[in-house]
Design a binder for this molecule. Structure first.
Ligand SMILES: [Zn+2]
Length: 423
């Protein structure tokens, strides 16, 4: 039975992959709606032929990798259970040391290592793809170093969560999801608080803006938005990537607006000021706090569903999955799998909310800078630079786009320009 279920799961994954291959490469039509042709949002007006075809090609492959990677994770966890690997990891942990307290860390290490190695090829393909298209300039050792930091950071995080999770499961079979959620609130806030000062610097160097003339302009803008100067940072990314980015991270006194040095190197001062004003919009409107509130609400519901689904799966397929009891650590891959499925299923909603916030930040930025020309050209530059699709297929937008497609963002700015020209 277990073997049969494994074959079905692999088959389902292959069919799913073929569907998305067909959807992205055959079905989706990259042509713009008629009314956008020839406008500032039409990539044909600001990309050359080569850039146009590269961006179509690159986006299609990226999108396919995106849709394959998450279900691949589910498949891996499912197969780990079916083929008794979870059981084996537990036995190895128990055989290697006598001390009971060390069993969970060792089990978790084997499980994390196996999952890490299983998804590594796909991560590598993704990395080498962005290198082929000159988005990433990161050397292999540097990429591998980031992967290893990811691995250990993940391991450390789960090493805190997992013992608590199974302790709660043993304490209360019916309410563990609620208690776990209650404990997750301060934990999440703490992680958000230390993110910009402890976690992010593990990967890159952060410092105050180097270009002092530009810094003065940015701080004048920040002052207008009532943001203290110590919250604006530059990060050294140009050794790794050609892509541009800026973001807001952290909460409380650690909240920061961060600009990649690539953005600073490639855009004019006016364009940078628009991008900065956009990030300030997020900061001023407290989007991070809304994000945390939404996340906590969703995770309460998600943990309850996880509890129900885990019980159901163990009752129905416990024999095949080799889990006799939910509160046995052998059920951890099932927990991971369900969490990952629920996150994927809820991503259309969280992306929708995020796109709404991005639209608000764009509006804030244009009202503040009142320079639609700089705004439009900065978005065009971002599109060229990231070889991104201005008008992605529907499913890509729903599952992948935390920002509105450039088609919408640029045409909004055009509307602003037209409106204020006639006033
Ligand atoms: Zn934004």
């Amino acid at each position: 039975m277990a073997r049969k279920m494994g074959v079905y799961a692999v088959l389902a994954f292959v069919l799913y992959g073929l569907f998305f291959y067909w959807y992205l490469f055959q079905f989706a039509d990259p042509k713009l709606p008629f009314e956008y042709e020839g406008t500032n949002a039409d990539p044909a007006t600001f990309l050359n032929g080569r850039e146009l075809s590269l961006s179509e090609e690159y986006s299609k492959i990226r999108n396919l990798l995106f849709f394959l990677s998450t279900p691949l994770e589910w498949l891996i966890y499912f197969l780990i259970l079916l083929f008794g690997l979870s059981k084996a990891f537990k036995r190895w942990a128990e055989d290697s040391v006598k001390h009971k307290l060390l069993h969970t860390p060792i089990y978790l290490f084997w499980l994390s290592l196996f999952a890490f190695i299983a998804v590594l090829p796909l991560s590598y393909i993704s990395y080498s793809l962005s290198k082929t298209y000159h988005i990433s300039t990161q050397s292999f050792p540097s990429w591998m170093k980031d992967e290893l930091i990811d691995f250990w950071l993940n391991y450390a995080t789960w090493l805190i969560i997992v013992p608590v999770l199974y302790w709660l499961m043993r304490k209360s079979q019916k309410r563990w999801w609620l208690y776990l959620w209650i404990l997750s609130v301060p934990f999440t806030l703490f992680m958000m608080f230390i993110q910009p000062v402890i976690i992010d610097p593990l990967y890159n160097d952060f410092y105050p803006l180097k270009n002092k003339a530009l810094e003065t302009k940015i701080l004048t803008l920040a002052d207008k938005a009532h943001i203290p100067a110590e919250h604006v940072f530059e990060v050294n990314m140009s050794e790794e990537t050609n892509a541009m980015n800026a973001y807001v991270s952290g909460i409380g006194s650690n909240a920061r607006i961060v600009l990649w040095d690539t953005t600073l190197n490639k855009l004019s001062d006016e364009q940078i000021l628009f991008i900065m004003a956009h990030e300030m919009g997020h900061y001023v409107e407290k989007h991070i706090y809304w994000g945390i509130a939404g996340y906590l609400l969703l995770s309460l519901f998600g943990l309850y569903l996880t509890y129900r689904l885990m019980n159901w799966a163990v009752a129905r397929f416990g024999k095949e999955l080799k889990i006799s009891d939910t509160k046995d650590i052998r059920s951890l891959p099932l927990f991971y799998m369900i969490i990952s499925m629920l996150l994927f299923a809820s991503s259309p909603l969280s992306n929708f909310v995020s796109r709404y916030q991005e639209t608000r930040a764009d509006t804030y930025a244009i009202e503040m800078t009142k320079n639609p020309d700089a705004a439009i050209t900065s978005f065009q530059e971002l599109t060229r630079n990231g070889l991104s699709q201005v008008n992605p297929p529907m499913l890509v937008k729903i599952f992948r786009y935390t920002h509105p497609p450039m088609l919408d963002r640029i045409s909004k700015l055009e509307e602003y320009e037209v409106k204020h020209r006639t006033e």
